[in-house]
Write a protein that binds this ligand. Structure first.
Ligand code: 13P
Length: 248
């Protein structure tokens, strides 16, 4: 049985003070068997971790650098995240691909670095609207997964989580239907199986992200190949409690 994961991606929201308050306020309300994760801005990692330390909530970052140290102004390394007691890190989010030159190749390097340091990367893939309209969604997902996991062994691959996030559904209120999300997640699982075998494919956790709400979470998370969600906007509201608690 794959344990479900519900991760909030706070993006560039909350200061350390408001973030800690918000996290402390919702943490006692979760009633779920899911693994709950808050992926917060770097500056909030420590405060939010402290704020929820009495609860089974994992803290994650939203990016890392693939080098250990050096002249990379403004960047943050895996060791720096670990020192803040982060356990997870989002890699290859579409906003980083769109605005900060993240590529499948940098995703591959970051995935390897994260796992080698003991962080769990949440590796994002997903198509843009034009790609869906051209009917190349599955080709694109296969390519994104294959490059992200290039020269990655099965043990390393299974230490990751994948998030399928169609770009057209992010922050738009246009959620993929459960069937669309299921089909894409099944495709991701299939390509993972081609790379690592059916047993590994049955173990890898694949999340859906893109306008998940309290109202649609259960229908999405009940699909056979969807193992939870990566939640943006709604993770900043108390609605996140309903999304987490949609996993009984
Ligand atoms: P929204 O839930 O705001 O659509 O964002 C999804 C997302 O990008 C999570 O990483």
């Amino acid at each position: 049985m794959r344990r479900k994961v519900v991760a909030g991606n706070w993006k560039m929201n909350h200061t350390s003070a408001t973030g800690a308050d918000f996290a402390a306020g919702i943490a006692p309300k979760f009633q779920t068997s899911a693994e709950v994760v808050f992926c917060v801005p770097y500056t909030n990692l420590w405060c939010v971790k402290e704020a929820v330390k009495d609860y089974p909530i994992g803290i994650g970052a939203q990016n890392l650098h693939y080098e250990d140290s050096g002249a990379f102004t403004g960047e943050v390394s895996a060791d720096m995240l670990l020192k803040m007691e982060a356990k997870y890190v989002i890699v290859g989010h579409s906003e980083r691909r769109a605005y900060y030159n993240e590529t499948d190749e940098t995703v591959n390097k970051k995935l390897k670095k994260a796992v080698s340091k003991g962080l769990t990367p949440i590796v994002c893939v997903g198509e843009q609207l034009t790609q869906r309209e051209q009917g190349i969604t599955e080709d694109l997902l296969r390519m994104q997964v294959r490059i992200a996991y290039m020269d990655v062994d099965a043990e390393t691959a299974l230490a990751t989580i994948i998030a399928y996030e169609p770009v057209w559904a992010i922050g738009t209120g246009k959620t993929a239907t459960p069937d669309q999300a299921q089909q894409a997640c099944a495709c991701v699982r299939e390509v993972f199986g081609v790379l690592y075998g059916t047993d590994a494919a049955s173990k890898i956790r694949i999340l859906y992200g893109g306008s998940v709400t309290g109202a649609n979470a259960k229908d999405l998370f009940d699909m056979p190949d969807i193992d939870g969600g990566l939640v943006g906007g709604a993770s900043l509201k108390t609605e996140f409690v309903d999304i987490v608690n949609a996993v009984k």
